[in-house]
Design a protein around this ligand. Structure first.
Ligand code: IPM
Ligand code: MG
Length: 360
């Protein structure tokens, strides 16, 4: 299949997903025109919005388009009104299907602090200052996808079960991403597991250790039990550079890490496959409580779009400029409601205008 390298699919989703996507696409549209990027953009519904329109959270058309694109910008999905639907109709199902179908096994979740916003963190400024962590989470295996899984209603007592399973290929490829990411940072990888209890973790630790000895000896590798890692993130987050984790542990630790910055509305993420096709989404969710008010912070979505430029379109210098425009915005006192600590703030689309202004 010949792939148009500049095909981007936008899936705004639900709640504030729509609002932050609109703002981000304003910025993308500006760059596309001014820099003649030749980006071909398609926008389709996903999650609850797709369920309302088509009776499914992810249509065949959306999945096909996703498979044909170099990058997918994903807003957020979910709202309380969908909570009682069957699992395959739920908004979250779309997310997991896209991850699995596109083989997006490598989830990069940076957690960094804008020092200007240190006051928004629940940690003391001296502990959180200069925070810059990258969580590399395995995204298509482990407990989320392991078989067998199910609920046996007919047994007595009734029983439910999931399987945590990893093979050596899955562990090696995600560990490689972690080491390669660390090589562009501080050369430190901390691999998280529960090797004191779980066979799958013991195996994970052995594989990571072997790969390190074979190909990444110049990097510093440590291992940490997941419960301790959760505690260390809160006590002394700056000891970490890259954290490597399985699907479940990475899910939990990345929420802790994001929250530390006090502004989950600022953090982007990338989910990549072996060909650097990626899905890019903010760490925050659909935030039904503030949806529709135009006050959501679009910076995480804008930074996610920047990650798409960097990882899937090879437009590194453009990505640097977008990241920098967000820094300048914050340094100049630009605030949205979530990070304003009661001071005046800009609405979602006003942020896009400001970012465009800085980029101009
Ligand atoms: C995340 C989310 C998802 C996950 C949910 C919405 C399925 O928490 O991306 O971290 O558990 O992976
Ligand atoms: Mg999560």
């Amino acid at each position: 299949m010949i792939k148009d390298t500049h095909k981007i699919l936008a899936l705004p989703g639900d709640g504030i997903g729509q609002e932050v996507m609109d703002a981000t696409l304003e910025v993308l549209d500006f760059l596309n025109t001014r820099e003649s990027l030749g980006i071909e953009l398609k926008i389709l519904s996903v999650g609850g919005a797709s369920y309302d329109e088509h009776g499914t959270p992810l249509t065949e058309t959306a999945l096909d388009e996703a498979k044909k694109s170099s990058a997918i910008l994903f807003g957020a999905v979910g709202a309380p009104k969908y909570d009682n639907l069957a699992w395959d109709k739920r908004p979250e199902h779309a997310l997991l299907t896209l991850r699995k179908e596109l083989n997006l096994f490598a989830n990069l979740r940076p957690a960094f602090l804008f020092n200007e916003l240190a006051g928004a963190s629940s940690l003391k400024p001296e502990i959180i200052k200069d925070l810059d962590i990258l969580i590399v989470r395995e995204l298509t295996g482990g407990l989320y996808f392991g078989e067998p899984r199910g609920i046996n209603e007919n047994e007595s007592p009734k029983r439910a079960f999931n399987t945590m399973v990893y093979n050596e290929i899955e562990i090696n490829r995600i560990a490689k991403v972690a080491f390669e990411s660390a090589a562009k940072r501080k050369n430190k990888v901390c691999s998280v597991d529960k090797a004191n209890v779980l066979e799958v973790s013991k195996f994970w630790r052995e594989q990571v250790t072997k790969l390190h000895a074979k190909d990444f000896k110049d990097q510093h590798l440590s291992h940490m039990l997941a419960d301790n890692a959760a505690m260390q993130l809160v006590i002394n987050p700056n000891q970490f550079d890259v954290i490597l984790a399985s699907n479940l542990f990475g899910d939990i630790l990345s929420d802790i890490a994001a929250t530390l910055t006090g502004s989950i509305g600022m953090l982007p993420s990338a989910s990549l496959n072996e060909n650097n096709v990626g899905m890019y989404e903010p760490c925050h969710g659909s935030a039904p409580d503030i949806a529709g008010q135009g006050i959501a912070n679009p910076l995480a979505m804008i930074l996610s779009m920047s990650m798409a430029m960097r990882y899937s379109l090879n437009l590194d210098s453009l990505a640097d400029r977008i990241d920098n425009s967000v820094k300048v915005f914050v340094m100049n006192g630009g605030r949205t409601k979530d990070i304003a600590s009661g001071a005046p703030y800009l609405k979602t689309h006003e942020v896009a205008k400001e970012i465009i202004q800085i980029l101009s």
